[in-house]
Design a protein around this ligand. Structure first.
Ligand code: CUA
Length: 143
Protein backbone atom coordinates (compact mmCIF):
# COMPACT_ATOMS: atom_id res chain seq x y z
CA UNK A 1 0.00 0.00 0.00
CA UNK A 2 2.87 2.36 0.92
CA UNK A 3 4.65 1.81 -2.39
CA UNK A 4 1.34 2.25 -4.23
CA UNK A 5 0.71 5.60 -2.52
CA UNK A 6 4.27 6.70 -3.35
CA UNK A 7 3.67 5.94 -7.03
CA UNK A 8 0.34 7.84 -6.96
CA UNK A 9 2.04 10.81 -5.25
CA UNK A 10 4.91 10.94 -7.76
CA UNK A 11 2.42 10.64 -10.64
CA UNK A 12 0.36 13.58 -9.32
CA UNK A 13 3.47 15.74 -8.84
CA UNK A 14 4.87 14.68 -12.24
CA UNK A 15 1.66 15.44 -14.14
CA UNK A 16 1.36 18.79 -12.33
CA UNK A 17 4.94 19.79 -13.05
CA UNK A 18 5.47 18.51 -16.59
CA UNK A 19 1.98 18.34 -18.13
CA UNK A 20 0.32 21.30 -16.35
CA UNK A 21 3.36 23.54 -16.00
CA UNK A 22 3.29 24.06 -12.22
CA UNK A 23 6.94 25.01 -11.94
CA UNK A 24 8.84 27.97 -10.50
CA UNK A 25 8.45 30.93 -12.86
CA UNK A 26 11.26 31.35 -15.38
CA UNK A 27 10.89 35.15 -15.40
CA UNK A 28 11.99 35.81 -11.80
CA UNK A 29 14.22 38.89 -11.68
CA UNK A 30 17.45 38.72 -9.73
CA UNK A 31 19.51 41.41 -8.00
CA UNK A 32 22.86 41.51 -6.20
CA UNK A 33 21.77 41.80 -2.53
CA UNK A 34 24.93 43.75 -1.67
CA UNK A 35 24.20 46.36 -4.35
CA UNK A 36 20.44 46.85 -3.91
CA UNK A 37 20.66 50.57 -3.11
CA UNK A 38 23.05 51.14 -6.05
CA UNK A 39 20.84 49.29 -8.54
CA UNK A 40 18.00 51.03 -10.40
CA UNK A 41 15.15 51.39 -9.53
CA UNK A 42 16.06 50.68 -5.89
CA UNK A 43 18.66 53.49 -5.83
CA UNK A 44 15.67 55.86 -5.84
CA UNK A 45 12.82 53.95 -4.16
CA UNK A 46 9.24 55.20 -4.15
CA UNK A 47 6.17 55.54 -6.33
CA UNK A 48 6.69 56.20 -10.05
CA UNK A 49 3.91 57.20 -12.44
CA UNK A 50 4.06 55.12 -15.63
CA UNK A 51 0.96 56.19 -17.61
CA UNK A 52 -2.77 56.69 -17.01
CA UNK A 53 -3.60 54.90 -13.74
CA UNK A 54 -0.49 52.69 -13.90
CA UNK A 55 2.22 53.12 -11.30
CA UNK A 56 5.33 51.31 -10.13
CA UNK A 57 6.27 51.17 -6.46
CA UNK A 58 9.86 50.21 -5.66
CA UNK A 59 10.76 49.40 -2.06
CA UNK A 60 13.86 48.33 -0.19
CA UNK A 61 13.49 46.03 2.82
CA UNK A 62 16.17 45.72 5.48
CA UNK A 63 16.25 44.89 9.17
CA UNK A 64 13.94 46.34 10.41
CA UNK A 65 12.33 48.88 8.07
CA UNK A 66 11.10 49.58 4.57
CA UNK A 67 12.27 52.48 2.41
CA UNK A 68 10.21 54.53 1.83
CA UNK A 69 8.33 54.14 5.08
CA UNK A 70 5.03 55.82 4.20
CA UNK A 71 3.66 55.59 0.68
CA UNK A 72 0.83 57.69 -0.72
CA UNK A 73 -1.08 56.13 -3.60
CA UNK A 74 -3.89 57.81 -5.55
CA UNK A 75 -7.24 55.96 -5.39
CA UNK A 76 -7.79 53.71 -8.41
CA UNK A 77 -4.09 53.30 -9.15
CA UNK A 78 -2.87 49.99 -10.56
CA UNK A 79 0.47 49.58 -8.86
CA UNK A 80 3.18 47.06 -9.67
CA UNK A 81 5.05 46.64 -6.40
CA UNK A 82 8.71 45.56 -6.56
CA UNK A 83 10.54 44.75 -3.33
CA UNK A 84 14.19 43.81 -2.80
CA UNK A 85 16.00 43.04 0.46
CA UNK A 86 19.50 44.19 1.46
CA UNK A 87 20.04 41.54 4.09
CA UNK A 88 17.86 38.58 5.13
CA UNK A 89 14.47 37.19 4.13
CA UNK A 90 11.64 39.61 4.87
CA UNK A 91 7.93 39.68 4.14
CA UNK A 92 5.85 42.39 2.51
CA UNK A 93 2.14 42.21 3.14
CA UNK A 94 -0.46 44.96 3.01
CA UNK A 95 -3.29 44.22 5.45
CA UNK A 96 -6.73 44.08 3.82
CA UNK A 97 -5.35 43.42 0.32
CA UNK A 98 -4.02 40.41 -1.60
CA UNK A 99 -0.45 41.74 -1.38
CA UNK A 100 1.56 39.17 0.57
CA UNK A 101 5.08 38.46 -0.64
CA UNK A 102 8.21 36.80 0.61
CA UNK A 103 11.27 38.93 -0.14
CA UNK A 104 14.41 36.83 -0.58
CA UNK A 105 17.98 38.10 -0.89
CA UNK A 106 19.03 38.05 -4.56
CA UNK A 107 15.51 38.27 -5.98
CA UNK A 108 12.98 40.98 -6.79
CA UNK A 109 9.47 40.16 -5.57
CA UNK A 110 6.69 41.70 -7.67
CA UNK A 111 2.92 41.89 -7.48
CA UNK A 112 0.36 44.12 -9.20
CA UNK A 113 -2.50 45.46 -7.12
CA UNK A 114 -5.26 47.99 -7.83
CA UNK A 115 -6.07 50.25 -4.88
CA UNK A 116 -9.82 50.96 -5.11
CA UNK A 117 -10.52 51.99 -1.51
CA UNK A 118 -9.19 55.06 0.26
CA UNK A 119 -7.71 54.73 3.72
CA UNK A 120 -4.63 53.73 5.64
CA UNK A 121 -3.28 50.24 5.19
CA UNK A 122 -0.76 48.65 7.49
CA UNK A 123 2.30 47.08 5.87
CA UNK A 124 3.81 44.22 7.83
CA UNK A 125 6.83 41.97 7.61
CA UNK A 126 5.48 38.44 7.94
CA UNK A 127 8.75 36.52 7.79
CA UNK A 128 10.74 36.26 11.01
CA UNK A 129 13.87 38.33 10.28
CA UNK A 130 15.51 38.86 13.66
CA UNK A 131 15.16 40.59 17.03
CA UNK A 132 13.33 43.62 15.56
CA UNK A 133 10.93 41.65 13.36
CA UNK A 134 7.87 42.74 15.37
CA UNK A 135 8.81 46.40 14.80
CA UNK A 136 9.11 46.09 11.02
CA UNK A 137 6.09 47.85 9.55
CA UNK A 138 5.10 50.77 7.40
CA UNK A 139 1.97 52.30 5.94
CA UNK A 140 0.20 52.79 2.62
CA UNK A 141 -2.17 55.75 2.38
CA UNK A 142 -4.65 55.56 -0.48
CA UNK A 143 -5.89 59.11 -1.11
CU1 CUA B 1 11.56 41.81 8.32
CU2 CUA B 1 10.40 40.30 9.83
Amino acid sequence: FGIGMLIVFLAVVGVGAFAMGHQPASNIKTIDPEKVTETAPFDNPGLVHIEGNKYELNLVAEAFAYTPNTIQIPKGAEVTINVATKDVVHGFSIAGTNVNMMVEPGYISSYTQTFDKTGEFLVLCNEYCGAGHHLMMSKVEVI
